[in-house]
Design a protein around this ligand. Structure first.
Ligand code: SR1
Ligand code: MG
Length: 405
């Protein structure tokens, strides 16, 4: 059993060589001359690309025993690497088209070898450049509905569901979300990060009892509503894309939680980019066209997600109580309201909390950036405050359009 050590590029090459020698991965020929470099720019892990002289390559991802973006003062369990690998296996069986393939996992070393998606782009970078992906909405809808439905009580027996809930207990990473999404932005906390020009707005958020109540209810549901196996971190940096392909990566925050959380996070990231484009695309017609594309993507994704779930419930539900249209519609109404609330919370925490998005932070003009930050805060507040009044997706889309105009 290998003792944990944090890898450098040489370790990564040696490790993959051993896998090749023992025929545990088939990407490389026996005579592969391997090289590696580390390029992780995420918040938590080491990420190496290991390649040979023929351009074959894999990704080796290793968890560090602390949060990389903060340092050793924020220790984190290595078990997140196991969780990530097991979510990838679970989701990969249910939706292989849109889940990065896992080639190997080592529990002791907290490392995973993954297919290299280097020919694709990370969605966040592409959307910062206003690139459009016509299949993104339908791919995300398919991924979230299939992985969501087949891990829910609609499909799993109560016994299997409980076993899976226990397999994916992920307290440390959940705690990060509980704190960063639902707690920090509503209190004074050293982790928060915003310019002094936002002081007044932040103060109004901290004094808004209705908003704090909405945040508390969303947090309570996140803590105690194990509806399905979530990806857990569905932001635009967790999605690889090109014009034909969409692949989800990085589900280390996976756990059994409320169905609305993943789709709400995804929609929140589309809206963060939407607002950022007010400062990024100067030509009005071009900006409007791109923002319309983003809004259509959000609407299509939610509509298709809902339709897939309705179809799956009518054809695949295993529990007689749930194979019922009225129940499914009621369930999905609650999912929608949760998703709107989580979407709003994502907008707020990415603006004033610890972890920001490059869509906004990369805006060079400080005044323009501030205007975007004000907009994301107002949008987030209004979505959180009005989430439970939306009875169906059309009411949600009307609300959204009224808030964006
Ligand atoms: C300390 S981790 C900060 C953020 O990065 C992850 O991707 C999650 O979104 C988390 O909230
Ligand atoms: Mg990540």
């Amino acid at each position: 059993m290998a003792k944990y050590t944090a890898f450098n590029a040489e370790h990564a090459v040696d490790y993959i060589k051993e896998l090749v020698k023992n025929e545990l991965i088939s990407v490389f020929p026996a005579d592969a001359a391997l090289t590696a470099y580390e390029f992780g720019d995420g918040n938590l892990n080491l990420v190496f690309r290991v390649a040979d002289q023929h351009n074959n390559s894999v990704i080796l991802k290793q968890a560090l025993p602390y949060a990389r973006c903060v340092g050793e003062s924020w220790p984190l369990s290595l078990d997140r690497a196991r969780i990530e690998a097991e979510v990838l296996i679970n989701h990969g069986k249910l939706c292989p088209e849109h889940t990065v393939a896992i080639l190997h996992h080592n529990v002791e070393l907290a490392l995973t070898v993954l297919e290299d998606l280097g020919e694709l782009q990370i969605l966040r970078g592409a959307q910062i450049n206003a690139e459009q992906f016509p299949l993104l909405a339908s791919h995300v809808a398919l991924y979230l509905s299939r992985t969501g439905f087949y891990n829910s009580d609609f499909y799993l027996s109560a016994e299997d569901k409980k076993a899976k809930v226990s397999q994916f207990i992920n307290p440390e990473l959940c705690k990060i979300t509980e704190d960063l999404f639902f707690t920090d932005p509503y209190i004074e906390h050293e982790r928060n990060n915003f310019p002094t020009e936002l002081n007044e707005h932040v103060e109004s958020i901290r004094n808004n009892d209705g908003l704090k109540l909405a945040a508390a209810k969303l947090k309570a549901k996140f803590l105690s509503c194990p509806q399905t196996l979530l990806h857990g971190d569905m932001h635009s940096g967790s999605i690889f894309v090109d014009s034909k392909t969409t692949k989800m990566i990085d589900p280390e925050f996976g756990f059994f939680g409320p169905v609305g959380f993943d789709i709400g996070s995804f929609m929140g990231n589309l809206l963060l980019n939407y607002c950022a484009q007010n400062a990024r695309i100067t030509e009005q017609a071009k900006r409007r066209q791109y923002q319309t594309h983003l809004l259509t993507c959000l609407q299509d994704c939610y509509s298709q997600f809902e339709q897939h779930w309705l179809n799956l419930a009518s054809s695949e539900a295993t529990d007689i109580s749930f194979a019922n249209r009225a129940f499914t519609e009621d369930y999905l109404q609650h999912v929608l309201r949760d998703a709107i609330g989580y979407c709003g919370a994502e907008l707020i925490r990415r603006t004033i909390g610890l972890a920001h998005v490059a869509d906004i932070d990369g805006i060079e003009d400080a005044q323009a950036r501030l205007a975007v930050q004000q907009q994301t805060l107002i949008l987030g507040e209004q979505l959180m405050l009005n989430a439970t009044s939306c009875n169906n997706k059309d009411e949600f889309f009307s609300l959204l359009i009224s808030l964006l105009n």
